[in-house]
Design a protein around this ligand. Structure first.
Ligand SMILES: [Zn+2]
Length: 355
């Protein structure tokens, strides 16, 4: 695990290297950016470099051989601490910062970080999912952030800056992370065997907004089956809005009983519809994307007979899907929006004879 394991973020690496060369490394950083773009991996690599016994300020690369590097690899470095939101929990338990109730102040991250380094020249801690610090946890951390112990470095990681208390934000140096390129996401999906074919990887990457995590969600087999079903409705000569809405609602409900997840999946279906018409628009305008699903081809073959009218109509359908996605972003119920989208697509779709 070193900088070459990262697919992106060369600017952020360079910025940190410059800070170190000038002796201006901050005590607290806040890494902010979308989920699944490598913030956490970046923080771990940085921690490893900062703890390595042979690292130089010039290159900031861990040697991979010293005892510090070996202990980082084994997950047993006494000067490295990691706190994150436990699986299934909605927030980071305050005990991880302060210690369990009967041992308050004698254990936990705040206590550990204040001790002198055991083997390295500093202590490094990562607070992942910093969005999920509750008020008590955030308040407990404030003093540490305000007066960081000497020889310590703290990295907070968050997807959503708005969810971080301003008092915390203002005490950290912000480092923003953007999304990965589609090509990188597709390659990572294949490399980590998350997608079985490169076509599948490219298709998921194209909708992932540069997030490996989103791409992974998109490859969920049940969601894919539902997408294929949706594509069949969209490819039909005459879209039946009632049947499509009924099938998609049933599909979303069978995928999850959780209302939040149902809304998320309905949102994905709207996004898939948008992707369908986006690809069709590209095909009809003579610039097909790398991978074209069969249903999109079927749709395009029918529309191609109308030449420019077919292209214009497809663009109008694409616009409807974009508008539907906007409504979802304004917090309008995604399932109702999807139903309305099928109605709109059916009405607009009739404007050109289906030949
Ligand atoms: Zn080393």
């Amino acid at each position: 695990m070193n900088w070459s394991s990262l697919r992106s973020h060369a600017d952020q690496i360079e910025m940190l290297r410059r800070s170190i060369r000038r002796g201006r490394l901050a005590h607290t950083y806040l890494f902010a950016g979308p989920a699944g773009v490598g913030k956490s991996l970046f923080a771990r690599i940085l921690s490893r470099c900062l703890l390595c016994e042979r690292v130089t300020d010039e290159d900031l690369d861990a040697c991979g051989e010293c005892s510090s590097c070996r202990q980082m690899e084994a997950g047993s470095h006494p000067d490295f601490f990691y706190v994150g939101c436990p699986e299934g929990k909605g927030e980071i338990p305050v005990a991880l910062f302060l210690g369990e109730r009967e041992k308050r102040g004698q254990e936990g991250l705040i206590h550990d970080l204040a001790l002198r380094p055991m083997i390295a020249s500093r202590r490094v801690a990562i607070i992942d999912d910093a969005n999920q610090m509750n008020e008590e946890g955030a308040n407990a951390m404030l003093k540490t952030l305000e007066e960081p112990p000497a020889d310590s470095l703290l990295i907070l990681i968050a997807e959503n800056l708005d969810a971080i208390l301003p008092t915390i934000r203002s005490r950290c140096q912000l480092l923003r992370f953007g999304g990965l390129s589609e090509k990188n996401v597709a390659e990572l999906l294949v490399q980590h065997e998350l997608a079985s074919t490169s076509e599948e990887a490219i298709a998921a990457a194209s909708m992932s907004d540069g997030s490996l995590q989103t791409a992974q969600q998109l490859l969920n087999p049940e969601l894919r089956t539902l997408r294929e079903q949706l594509y069949k409705y969209l490819a039909a000569a005459d879209l039946d809005p009632m049947a499509a809405a009924k099938a998609m609602t049933a599909g979303v409900e069978s995928l999850s009983g959780n209302t939040q997840e149902q809304r998320q999946n309905a949102g994905w279906l709207i996004r898939f519809a948008q992707e369908f018409y986006r690809q069709a628009t590209l095909v009809l305008s003579g610039a097909p994307p790398a991978f074209v699903p069969r249903e999109v081809e079927v749709f395009c073959n029918r529309r191609a007979k109308h030449e420019s009218a077919g292209l214009e109509l497809t663009m109008a359908l694409f616009d409807l899907a974009v508008m539907a996605e906007n409504r979802v972003s304004w917090n309008i119920n995604p399932l109702r929006t999807l139903e309305a989208l099928f109605d709109d697509l059916s009405i607009t779709g009739r404007n050109v004879p289906s030949a």
